[in-house]
Design a protein around this ligand. Structure first.
Ligand code: AGP
Length: 606
């Protein structure tokens, strides 16, 4: 996620800003910048793409002397990775950094016809909106309040103007901002780790609040500019603990964050009231969308499993479509044939996976349209596809992919929902799934909260087993594969995912009391078949764990039963149980959970 730092006080702002941005590097970013005011109230801006070291080189050539400034590390969402898209943005009398997504930036931009824009970002539009409201007699605080009231989306912003040289105004809605109260200095950051070393006294701004920060402290208001009396909290812990959001590992943070990050994936893309979904970015004409008759989905590892799960929904949503899901490392060398009017979904969290990239290039050579389903903005795959969509899961630090998986499936389901509209597809199902997507973040948050301790205890019970089978049918089959991958890659337990209908075709020979079997059982038309597989395993002494959304009595050693209004997308909820289970087994086995042996976050070599 992007990072914000602001400073006003006795020190040279540049040093505090750069040090603070370095504390935020772990969040992942692709460009950085600072803006400061010198003691003659002249503004200075320095921006660079790449790492903070690049920004330091720019500053080495032209140091900033002032005592007030703002800084930002950008994780690109709107607009590519370029200096002009890097923050801070300057429009008129306004200098601004922003975390979050302004959903209605296009409408707002139309209302700002008098402004010339130099970037593709939603942030620059917000800066212009503030500048437009910052007229004679209106304070910066008032101008910010007026502007953000017109915004739909999320923001955490820090703003200054040469007209009020001792002041930084901050505001938040959905994107954290913390104000550190120091001794004759005030430090602002999106993450408390940037404040450590300067102060442990902080005001945690709430959604819908705005603050005026000077070297003497901060005054907090609501958006109607009513003065508030916020609590001053004490920042606990050290830098590393704070960067993990207080969790022991990035993996747990990312599992627990997926309810929040899913909001960004869904933001502005579903309309529950009308039961429709819409993805920007496929860059396909209406005619091309109507003509698509075959979708090939390409990925590796978790990305492949995300595509496999999405393909089940795609076939249900668009009955006249055929789908094919392929492992990139195999597909790139096959003599594959793609029918006319095919489209390829290229799925990759990092956007740098060598095998997936090779497939993309091979498929493009055949003149087939390629759409990226990618998390890292500006990555190689994102730059080479013909179109596509970013899943906006935020930086995924832990090697094991969790929140990106959920976001990838959701993005592909939204693509399928949109495609259905061009193919006279299953409109009722599109509406049902749209309404399930609308509540999915909250339902994931509920499942993780409700069953956290249960899963932790279950992991402890099975921590010593070295062999496991994960079994599921229909949309639970890809989840079984993904669950097995999560367990094997972080706990080093030999875990295999299988369609539960395959048990009799071999795997059941493995079953004895040294194995445990996890059954993902969805309360759907195949429920009885799934139970049949469970009974086969239990009849042979297998230790069984069931993850299910069914209320039925089920004979098993252990069961985790989720309650949710979500039925069609229930596999995504069961998968969060598997993510937690794998995490706690790995922790119980004393493994390096975030950096498992032999693995890299992005496999950029074949
Ligand atoms: C998933 O937990 C693994 N880290 C791995 O299988 C990963 O999904 C695979 O390497 C693909 O990576 P990508 O999504 O960045 O292309």
């Amino acid at each position: 996620m992007c990072g914000i730092v602001g400073y006003v006080g006795k020190r040279t702002a540049q040093n505090v800003l750069v040090n603070g941005l370095k504390r935020l590097e772990y969040r992942g970013y692709d460009s950085a910048g600072i803006a400061t005011l010198d003691d003659e109230d002249n503004p200075h801006v320095a921006r660079s793409v790449g790492k903070i070291a690049e920004l330091e080189n720019v500053l080495l050539a032209k140091p900033h002397e002032g005592h007030l400034g703002i800084g930002h590390t950008r994780w690109a969402t709107h607009g590519g990775v370029t200096v002009s898209n890097a923050h801070p943005h300057h429009v008129g009398n306004i200098y601004l950094v922003h975390n979050g997504i302004i959903e209605n930036y296009k409408e707002l931009k139309e209302s700002l016809s008098g402004y010339k824009f130099n970037s593709d970002t939603d942030t620059e539009v917000l800066a212009a909106l503030i500048d437009k409201n910052y007229t004679k007699g209106v304070s910066l605080k008032d101008a910010v309040a007026k502007a953000v009231k017109q915004v739909r989306g999320t923001y955490g912003i820090a703003v200054f103007s040469p007209n009020e040289p001792d002041t930084i105004v901050v505001a938040r809605l959905g994107s954290p901002l913390i104000i550190g109260i120091g001794n004759d200095e005030t430090i602002i950051a999106s993450d408390a780790s940037a404040l450590l070393g300067y102060t442990r006294e902080a005001i945690y701004l709430n959604d819908g609040e705005i603050a005026v920060c000077t070297g003497k402290g901060a005054e907090v208001f609501n958006l109607n500019l009513k003065h508030l009396n916020p609590n001053h909290e004490t920042i606990e812990g050290d830098v590393e603990q704070i960067q993990k959001g207080g969790y022991d590992h990035f993996l747990l943070k990312e599992i627990m964050d997926q309810a929040t990050t899913l909001h960004n994936t869904l933001s502005g893309r579903i309309d529950p009231a009308n039961g429709t979904m819409h993805l920007g970015g496929p860059n396909l004409t209406a005619e091309e969308m109507r003509n698509i008759n075959h979708v090939v989905i390409v990925g590796c590892g978790t990305a492949y499993y995300a595509g496999l799960l999405a393909s089940y929904y795609m076939e249900q949503l668009v009955p006249d479509l055929t789908t094919e899901v392929v492992v990139a490392s195999e597909y790139r060398y096959r003599s594959f044939h793609l029918p006319k009017n095919s489209v390829a979904l290229i799925v990759s969290q990092s956007g740098e996976t060598a095998d997936t990239l090779a497939c993309l290039r091979e498929i493009k050579k055949r003149g087939v349209k390629t759409l990226g389903i990618v998390n890292v903005v500006g990555s190689t795959i994102a730059r080479e596809v013909d179109g596509g969509t970013y899943v906006h899961a935020g930086p995924e630090i832990s090697v094991a992919s969790t929140k990106a998986f959920t976001a990838q499936v959701v993005a592909m389901v939204m693509f399928a929902g949109m495609l259905a509209g061009y193919h006279g597809g299953n409109v009722e199902l599109v509406s049902k799934i749209t309404n399930e997507l609308a509540i999915l973040p909250k339902e994931i948050e509920k499942v993780l909260r409700t069953h956290h301790d249960e899963i932790k205890a279950l992991a402890k019970k099975y921590v010593k087993y070295n062999d496991a089978l994960y079994l599921g049918r229909d949309t639970a089959y890809p989840i079984a594969l993904e669950g097995a991958l999560k367990l094997k890659e972080i706990s080093y337990v030999h875990a295999e995912g299988y369609p539960s209908g395959e048990l009799k075709h071999g795997p059941i020979a493995l079953v004895d009391d040294t194995f445990f079997e996890i059954f993902d059982i969805i309360d759907n038309w195949l429920f009885d078949k799934s139970i049949g597989g469970l009974h086969e395993v239990r009849a042979r002494g297998g230790k069984t764990i069931v993850f299910t959304n069914s209320k039925a009595d089920i004979e098993t050693d252990d069961i985790v039963r989720i309650k949710s209004k979500i039925t069609i997308l229930a596999p995504l909820l069961l998968n969060t149980l598997q993510q937690l289970f794998a995490y706690y087994v790995a922790v119980g086995r004393g493994n390096d959970v975030d950096q498992p042996r032999n693995l890299a976050k992005s496999v950029t070599v074949e």
